[in-house]
Write a protein that binds this ligand. Structure first.
Ligand code: SAM
Length: 275
């Protein structure tokens, strides 16, 4: 008997994948947590039925969320990650030798626990002496921070449930306050095929708060539509003005200096969301 899982990405469309084994199911204090082993993408973390990360394609999202802002900033030392319970984002941040500390605020400790157990490569940076994990609400952490971070990365779930507050204009204003005077923030802002309105408002809010506001994309096969976006806000440094000398060799499978620039070239229907 074959077992398949389906993520309904909209009320009328979804993706389905063949399941080898169910590894863990739990209703945590914040969300439904499922960890499954799939034929095509290896172990997969789902929260409230939505694919969060898989062993096979996680590198795309984590490399693009991290290396675009961290190569844009000339000397990123203190980084904040909101969410990111699987650990992939802090793993990529710690590839940058200038980073002295990465603080991660993840609301659900169970995501960390089961990612350590079933996603060993993705969660491999937990325990690094430069990494500090706080189990708490990223929204509250931002409100209580001021002039503290060079980079803030919002690696949250969709704007529902515990992450609903992480896509508001007030949150982006709070991010600006928590950043140093030349800080940069990037938030994952879902896909342009099904979530155009979310992207439009995230970019608009960012434009009103930061002098530099840009959208960039990447290709993630297990995420809704396969096309994913990141919204970047910067107080000083423009991601499109990074000299070639700034880039150094990194252990990446997706990010390259050429792609750093190319990822900001948008299809017209996506560009129209940023007007
Ligand atoms: N890459 C995924 C995506 O783009 O949807 C996100 C992965 S990561 C697992 C998302 C994390 O955000 C989850 O572990 C979730 O618990 C966390 N999260 C949601 N709301 C949060 C909040 N208010 N504060 C901190 N973490 C939050």
């Amino acid at each position: 008997m074959e077992l398949w899982f389906t993520e309904k990405q909209t009320e009328a469309f979804g993706i389905t994948g063949k399941v080898k084994r169910t590894l863990h199911n739990e209703k945590t204090a914040f969300q439904q947590l499922n960890m499954i082993e799939t034929e095509q993408f290896g172990n997969m973390l789902l929260l409230d039925g939505m694919v969060m990360t898989t062993e096979r394609d996680e590198f795309v999202y984590h490399e693009m969320l991290v290396h675009v802002p961290l190569f844009t900033h000339p000397n990123p030392q203190k980084v904040l990650v909101v969410g990111g319970g699987d650990g992939g984002t802090i793993r990529e941040v710690l590839q940058h030798p200038t980073v002295t500390k990465v603080v991660q605020v993840e609301i659900d400790g169970k995501v960390v626990e089961y990612s350590k157990q079933h996603l060993p490569h993705i969660s491999s940076a937990y325990g690094n002496p430069r990494a500090e994990l706080i189990i708490g609400d990223g929204f509250m952490h931002i409100l209580n921070s001021s002039d503290e971070y060079d980079i803030i990365l919002v690696d949250s779930t969709e704007p529902v449930g515990p992450a609903a507050s992480l896509f508001t204009k007030g949150f982006y204003a709070g991010i600006s306050k928590a950043l140093k005077k030349d800080g940069i923030f990037v938030a994952q802002t879902d896909n342009p095929w099904f979530k155009g309105d979310l992207i439009r408002s995230a970019v608009q809010d960012t434009k009103e708060i930061f002098p530099i506001a840009r959208l960039y994309t990447c290709n993630i096969p297990t995420y809704p539509s396969g096309m994913w976006t990141f919204t970047l806000g910067s107080k000083t440094y423009d991601p499109l003005e990074v000299e070639a000398s700034r880039f150094f060799e990194l252990n990446t499978k997706y990010y390259t200096p050429e792609l750093h620039h190319a990822s900001f070239v948008l299809p017209r229907f996506v560009k129209d969301l940023c007007k």
